[in-house]
Ligand binder design. Structure first.
Ligand SMILES: Nc1ncnc2c1ncn2[C@@H]1O[C@H](COP(=O)(O)OP(=O)(O)OP(=O)(O)O)[C@@H](O)[C@H]1O
Ligand SMILES: [Mg+2]
Length: 248
């Protein structure tokens, strides 16, 4: 079975896209045939890899996935670009339950040629995220080390549980990742302790530090691990990549 990792958290700006891009590039560099699917109408994963969003969303057009993927600068990494079309986003968000199954089937089709697939989700628990979760084999949840980090997590976990019940034996909890970690702040350590006490082993050992190189990389259309491989944030993402590949 192809490994499909859904990077999700309904909270905005927690590092979903940054994590999806760096993991995808890192996995491809390790020799895995990798696909990154941009499901967010903001299309940050698309532009962060130096690519253009598509005018119409491939999932709305029902185009075969292989006709819509593009090669990226990173060898072995392909991208299914996102679309900013309001019409398409609206159509996808309002997909009735019956058609959500079709959407899921479409999303899962033609993925056999890849070793690793990553899905970058929008910051919501709507149809797009639910469809992505239902299509995936695991969910990776980035959490920002800030005061409201745990807020809304119950909701997110309930949605994950309900998807697990609808498709038994498919979706697993891949792990929780602490991002924008700043060890100078007491609060960071409090969040770290709280999250690890609550979630235990599924929290990745690797934490991603707040690092300006990580924030700058997307404006150059490349992943931080290529933009400045020696930056602390980049080294952490490489470490995370090993941890994720090790959990396969
Ligand atoms: N480790 C880090 N250090 C510094 N800046 C970071 C780090 N990780 C992410 N950022 C920056 O924080 C912002 C939010 O990150 P990102 O876009 O990855 O979050 P997101 O969860 O995908 O957001 P959204 O919910 O809007 O899709 C971006 O400007 C990004 O460059
Ligand atoms: Mg994002």
């Amino acid at each position: 079975m192809v490994r499909i990792v859904c990077v999700a958290n309904q909270k905005g700006g927690v590092g979903k896209t940054t994590t999806a891009i760096n993991l995808a590039v890192g996995m491809a560099a390790s020799g895995a045939r990798t696909l990154l699917i941009d499901l967010d109408p903001q299309c940050n994963a698309t532009s962060g890899l130096g690519q253009q969003p598509t005018p119409r969303h491939p999932l709305v057009k029902r185009d075969p996935i292989h006709e819509s993927v593009v090669k990226t600068y990173a060898e072995g990494l392909e991208l299914l670009p996102g679309s900013r079309s309001f019409q398409d986003v609206d159509a996808l968000a309002k997909t009735p339950a019956a058609q959500a199954a079709t959407l899921r089937t479409h999303l899962m089709s033609e993925l056999e040629g890849y070793d690793q697939v990553l899905i970058d989700c929008p910051p919501s628990l709507g149809t797009l995220t639910q469809t992505a979760l239902a299509a995936s084999t695991e969910v990776l949840m980035p959490i920002q080390c800030e005061y409201f980090a745990m807020e809304g997590l119950t909701q997110m976990i309930n949605v994950i549980r309900s998807v697990m019940q609808q498709h038994p034996g498919r979706l697993e909890f891949g792990g929780i990742l602490l991002t924008m970690f700043d060890e100078r702040f007491e609060l960071t350590h409090e969040v770290d302790n709280e999250v690890r006490d609550f979630f235990g082993e599924i929290v990745f050992d690797t934490v991603i530090p707040r690092d300006v190189a990580v924030a700058e990389a997307p404006s150059h259309g490349i992943a931080a691990i290529d933009y400045d491989p020696r930056a602390r944030g980049s080294r952490a993402y490489l470490e995370l990549c090993m941890e994720v590949l090790g959990r396969d």
